[in-house]
Write a protein that binds this ligand. Structure first.
Ligand code: GLN
Length: 200
């Protein structure tokens, strides 16, 4: 059976574990280097990317995760997790590190302080049916992507119209928003399907 880790240094770990359980896969919190070796895929939760970056170094999972991602382990990052998968970060802290893997530049807290948080319907390529109800909380957006990155979703209303908020590169998936907070499992199922395809 597939074991999908959730990086459990900081952030909304429990919500992702609950969503994975509902998708009928084994979700497992990961916070030690040995645990990084025991998973088939990794979810990086929402939270605070500068803190997560510090804790990843302190808990000595930074290098092991980087290595597994470089070897092709599938991963999904929501919000702060998206930032952790970005090759480049704008408006980050000088010492902030990411795992990288997706050829994109993300801008932290991009939607601005006036609209710290908002909700909007977003169409996601590969997700059937109604648009996903996306919850953005001090979210990043994707400022630019390399040619290897597939843009799966953009904001379609309001001042941020057109901004990229869901992307995929190979086995790596990232969203600016938090499907783990909505009870809608379609984005998690998309990721689980990616993991199964890779495993088979
Ligand atoms: N602003 C946070 C960061 O920079 C992300 C917010 C979130 O994950 N909800 O990491």
């Amino acid at each position: 059976d597939l074991v999908i880790g959730v990086l459990a240094l900081q952030g909304d770990v429990r919500e992702h574990l609950a969503a994975l359980a509902e998708c009928d896969v084994i979700g497992r919190p990961v916070r030690r280097p040995e645990e990084v070796a025991e998973i088939d895929a990794l979810v990086i939760p929402g939270g605070e990317s500068t803190t997560m970056s510090k804790l990843a170094l302190a808990f000595e999972v930074y290098e092991p995760v980087r290595k597994r991602l470089a070897e092709g382990m599938p991963a999904y990052g929501s919000c702060a997790g998206m930032i952790m998968l970005a090759d480049e970060v704008l408006d980050g802290r000088p010492d902030q590190k990411t795992f990288g893997g997706i050829g994109m530049t993300v801008r932290r807290n991009a939607f601005g302080r006036q609209v710290d948080s908002f909700e909007a319907p977003v169409d996601i390529a590969g997700v059937e049916g109604e648009p996903v109800h996306a919850i953005f909380i001090r979210a990043p957006w994707v400022e630019s992507v390399t040619g290897d990155v597939e843009v799966l979703g953009r904001v379609t209303a309001g001042p941020a119209t057109g901004r990229m908020v869901a992307v995929r590169q190979g086995n790596l998936l990232a969203t600016s928003f938090h499907p783990e907070l909505t009870g809608d499992l379609r984005v998690h199922r998309l990721f689980v399907d990616m993991v199964r395809d890779q495993a088979s």
